[in-house]
Design a protein around this ligand. Structure first.
Ligand code: PPE
Length: 316
């Protein structure tokens, strides 16, 4: 069970955790019409800081735009709201989940009188793929389910409905005893995990699927690309054939929830030596230093909660 906190932000106001409810006939329930985000706030030497808040806020607005769903807040307003929900719940490190959804009004696929409701919740969330995953790596499989074909559901939108596909991937993997599944795209090239982007390393070069491979443009993915450049590690965005995974030296997942998680086997074939490899470790180490403010914030990725949040209003 997730660890409930006190308050959830709803359309500019705070409501109690238990009161953040929607009607069963809300448009989103029948038709999957939601867009959402996931962020992490980390403890840093200067206090809690949200990682890449503006980039996540922008992606939420982009997802809304793709679906003609007007999210009536700016990047700045959303960033402030995320900081406020962190502060009001007294959280030092947490996961933040903004959701915009089509609410209660008409029933029918074409949204008419259904208002767009925006919620932001925050709570403490541990390691996504298990406590050992970050150091030990995870055992994964190739999914029999493909990722969303480009002219079906747009992969660049982080929409709730996309996660029906993710559920198929993740449930099949779990059923067969794997921590996660890797899905191929419609052309049979490597796409991504049910909730993570993927990086593959061979002979010192890092490969990751391009944006046309039905991937979500992960913000962690982008962070890793910039960190790799800083560490002078060669990286290319290119289509990756499935068998490249079997002969890779190292493979890892990235995501807000998964952070940087090494993959130690794929379809029971050990990746490299079957444990976290040196380049993965180097990137992972730098990623954790960056998110927790242990090194200079060169890219301005950290938003200090106390710099952005309004002091808590009396009676809130
Ligand atoms: N691909 C998918 C399909 C995906 O869901 C995520 C995030 C990513 C890539 C990585 O994106 P980013 O977080 O911007 O680096 N998945 C989120 C939701 C996980 C969940 O189970 O819920 C997350 O990591 O927060």
């Amino acid at each position: 069970m997730l660890k409930a906190t006190e308050k959830i932000w709803h359309n500019g106001k705070f409501v109690n955790w238990d009161d953040a409810q929607i009607h069963v006939l809300s448009h989103v329930v029948s038709y999957g019409s939601s867009v959402f985000e996931g962020l992490r706030c980390y403890e840093t030497p200067n206090g809690p800081a949200i990682f890449r808040a503006q980039d996540h806020a922008r992606r939420l607005l982009d997802s809304g735009k793709i679906y003609r769903m007007d999210v009536p807040y700016t990047v700045e307003q959303l960033t402030r709201a995320m900081a406020e929900v962190t502060r009001i719940n007294g959280l030092k490190s947490c996961y933040i989940r903004p959701i915009a959804l089509r609410g209660y009004g008409d029933v029918g696929v074409l949204p008419k009188s259904n208002p767009v409701e925006v919620y932001i919740a925050a709570w403490e969330w541990g390691k996504y793929l298990g406590d050992e995953a970050i150091n030990q790596g995870v055992d994964v499989c190739i999914s029999s389910w493909a990722r969303l074909a480009p002219n079906t559901l747009p992969a660049l939108a982080k929409a709730g409905a996309n996660y029906m596909n993710s559920q198929l991937i993740r449930m099949e993997a779990a059923q067969n005893g794997f921590a996660e599944g890797i899905a191929l795209d419609q052309n049979g090239f490597v796409s991504e995990g049910s909730g993570e982007n993927i990086f593959v390393i061979r002979d010192g070069t890092i490969y990751t699927p391009p944006l046309a491979a039905s991937v979500l443009l992960g913000i962690t993915r982008d962070s890793i690309m910039k960190i790799a450049a800083q560490l002078q590690l060669p990286l290319v965005e290119t289509n990756i054939p499935r068998e490249m995974l079997y002969i890779a030296d190292e493979v890892f997942f990235t995501g807000t929830a998964a952070e940087v998680t090494p993959i130690r086997s794929i379809d029971r074939i050990p990746v490299g030596t079957g444990r976290r490899g040196p380049i993965t470790e180097q990137i992972q180490k730098r990623y954790f230093e960056v998110v927790s403010g242990q090194v200079e914030d060169q890219f301005h990725w950290l938003t200090l909660v106390e710099n952005v949040a309004e002091p808590q209003p009396v009676g809130a």
